[in-house]
Design a binder for this molecule. Structure first.
Ligand SMILES: Cc1cc2nc3c(=O)[nH]c(=O)nc-3n(C[C@H](O)[C@H](O)[C@H](O)COP(=O)(O)OP(=O)(O)OC[C@H]3O[C@@H](n4cnc5c(N)ncnc54)[C@H](O)[C@@H]3O)c2cc1C
Length: 412
C-alpha cells in the first residue's frame, strides 16, 4: 500500500512499538510517527520489578527494538514530548513542543500510570512507586542503603518489589488492605499460596490494615502509620496500589471512555479513525462476551497487531485468552483466562500446592474452566488456554489428576 497519509501512534512503549512493527509488517509504507512522553525508546516493564531491579539484567535487555530499528523501518520516533490534544476534525494531534502531526489513522497506546496514595506524607523523599525504568533505578539504589523497606499494596508489583527488597537484604513489611495479598484477583485459596511464599521468605506480611500517614523527619520518610495507631518504621516506602489508564487525551477529544478508551473487538474507538491498544484499551472481547481492560504484558504485545490490521482496513478481532506471568523468589507462574472477583464457583488444584508446584483452575457454571494458573509447572499454558477457549464443561476428577493429560480434556 503506497500512501502519503501518516499514521500516528501516541505512546512509545510496548504497545506503541509493537503497533509500529505490525504496521510495517502488514505493508504500510506511508509516514509513521510515534510520539512518547518518556525520553527512553520503547522498553518492556516486567523486568523492572524482576531481573533488572535485582541487578541481574542490564539496561540493553529491556528495549523492545534496537535503537537503529526505528530508522531502518522509517519510523519517525519523537521522544520526550507529550501529545497534549487531538483535533478530530482536523485529523491532527498537538505536541507539547508546539508542533502538530496530521494523521490518517491514530493509535492511542498511552498505557497507564500508578495510582497515588492520598495520605499525608505521600510526597516525602523515600516514597517511591514503580512504573518506569527510572523508577526501577531509583528503587534499586534506595534498596542498597535501606535496612527496612515498607511496601504498601500486595498486588503483583508490590509483591515482586518485596521479593527484590528481600534479595537486597532488607527487612520487609508488606501492608495490604485486604486480608491476603492478591485476594481480589485470585480468591482466598490461591492468595494463600502467595501469602505463604512471602512469609516463608521472611516478609512481615500484614493484611487488613489501613494506612493513615507516611511519617518522616527532615522531609524524608521514616515509616508508615496505620489506622490502629501502630507505626511501621522504614527507610524506603514503596507504593504499589494499582494503576489508572491514561485516558485524558481521549476524554478531552470526546471519545467514549469508561475505565479506559472504549473500543470494539477491532480496537476501534467511538471515532472510526482512532484506535487504542494495551493498558489503555477497554476492548470488547468476543470470547468473553464483554469489554475487558487488561493491564498485562501479553495484551500490550499482541493487541497492536490487531489494531494495526484494523487501521489498514482489515476485518479482524482481538480474542486471545488474557495471559500474564510473575516471578517471585523461586516461584514462577503463568495465568491464562479471566475471572471477575468472586466470579467463579470453585477452584480445583492439580499437583502439590504446599510444595508450590501445581496448577489451579477456576471453574464457572457447569464446570467450565474460566482460568488456569500453572505454578512452577511448565509447558502447560497452551493446554490451559485451550481449556478456557473451549468453554466446555470438564470432568473435575480428571482435571485434578496429574496423570490425565490436559490435552485429553479438550480433544473429545
Ligand atoms: C514494574 C512492572 C512490572 C510488570 N510486570 C509484569 C509481568 O510480570 N507480567 C505481565 O503480564 N505484565 C507486567 N506488567 C504490566 C505491563 O508492563 C504493562 O501491561 C505494559 O507495559 C503495558 O504497555 P502499554 O504500551 O500499553 O503502556 P505503558 O507501558 O504504560 O506505556 C504507555 C506509554 O505512553 C506514554 N504516554 C502516555 N500519555 C502520553 C501522551 N499524552 N503523549 C505521549 N506519550 C504518552 C507513557 O509515557 C508511556 O511511555 C508490569 C508493569 C510494571 C510497571
Amino acid at each position: 500500500m503506497t500512501t502519503d497519509t501518516a499514521h500516528v501512534i501516541v505512546g512509545a512503549s510496548l504497545a506503541g512499538a509493537k503497533a509500529a512493527e505490525a504496521l510495517r509488517e502488514e505493508g504500510f509504507d506511508g509516514p509513521l510517527v510515534m510520539i512518547g512522553e518518556e525520553s527512553e525508546r520503547p522498553y518492556e516493564r516486567p523486568p523492572l520489578s524482576k531481573d533488572y531491579l535485582l541487578g541481574k539484567a542490564d539496561r540493553e535487555t529491556i528495549y523492545v527494538h534496537p535503537q537503529e530499528w526505528y530508522a531502518e523501518h522509517d519510523v519517525d520516533l519523537r521522544l520526550g514530548v507529550e501529545v497534549t490534544s487531538i483535533d478530530r476534525a482536523a485529523h491532527e494531534v498537538s505536541l507539547a513542543d508546539g508542533r502538530k502531526a496530521g494523521y490518517g489513522k491514530l493509535l492511542l497506546a498511552t498505557g497507564s500510570s500508578p495510582r497515588r496514595l492520598l495520605v499525608p506524607g505521600a510526597d516525602l523523599d523515600g516514597v517511591l512507586c514503580l512504573r518506569s525504568a527510572g523508577d526501577s533505578d531509583r528503587i534499586r539504589a534506595a534498596f542498597q542503603d535501606a535496612s527496612r523497606v515498607a511496601v504498601i499494596g500486595a498486588g503483583w508489583i508490590g509483591l515482586e518489589t518485596a521479593a527484590a527488597a528481600r534479595a537486597a537484604g532488607a527487612e520487609v513489611t508488606v501492608l495490604e488492605m485486604a486480608e491476603l495479598p492478591l485476594q481480589r484477583v485470585l480468591g482466598r485459596q490461591v492468595a494463600r499460596v502467595f501469602a505463604d511464599l512471602h512469609l516463608a521468605n521472611g516478609v512481615d506480611l500484614r493484611g487488613g490494615v489501613w494506612i493513615t500517614e507516611i511519617t518522616g523527619t527532615g522531609g524524608k520518610a521514616d515509616g508508615v502509620r496505620l489506622a490502629d495507631g501502630r507505626h511501621v518504621g522504614a527507610d524506603v516506602v514503596i507504593v504499589g496500589v494499582g494503576i489508572s489508564p491514561n485516558v485524558q487525551l481521549a476524554a478531552a477529544a470526546g471519545l467514549e471512555v469508561d475505565n479506559g478508551v472504549w473500543v470494539n473487538a477491532q480496537l476501534r474507538s467511538s471515532d472510526p479513525d482512532i484506535f487504542a491498544a494495551g493498558d489503555v484499551a477497554n476492548a470488547f472481547h468476543p470470547l468473553l462476551g464483554k469489554h475487558v481492560r487488561v493491564e498485562h504484558w501479553a495484551n500490550a504485545l499482541n493487541q497492536p497487531q490487531t489494531a494495526a490490521k484494523a487501521m489498514l482496513g482489515q476485518d479482524v478481532a482481538y480474542d486471545l485468552v488474557p495471559y500474564f506471568y510473575t516471578d517471585q523468589y523461586d516461584l514462577g507462574m503463568e495465568y491464562a483466562g479471566y475471572v471477575e472477583p468472586d466470579g467463579y464457583d470453585e477452584v480445583v488444584f492439580r499437583g502439590d500446592v504446599e510444595g508450590r508446584e501445581f496448577i489451579a483452575f477456576w471453574l464457572g457454571d457447569h464446570g467450565r474452566v474460566l482460568a488456569g494458573m500453572n505454578v512452577n509447572v511448565w509447558d502447560v499454558n497452551d493446554a490451559i488456554q485451550a481449556l478456557v477457549r473451549s468453554g466446555q464443561p470438564v470432568d473435575v476428577a480428571a482435571l485434578s489428576d496429574p496423570d490425565t493429560p490436559l490435552e485429553s480434556l479438550t480433544s473429545g
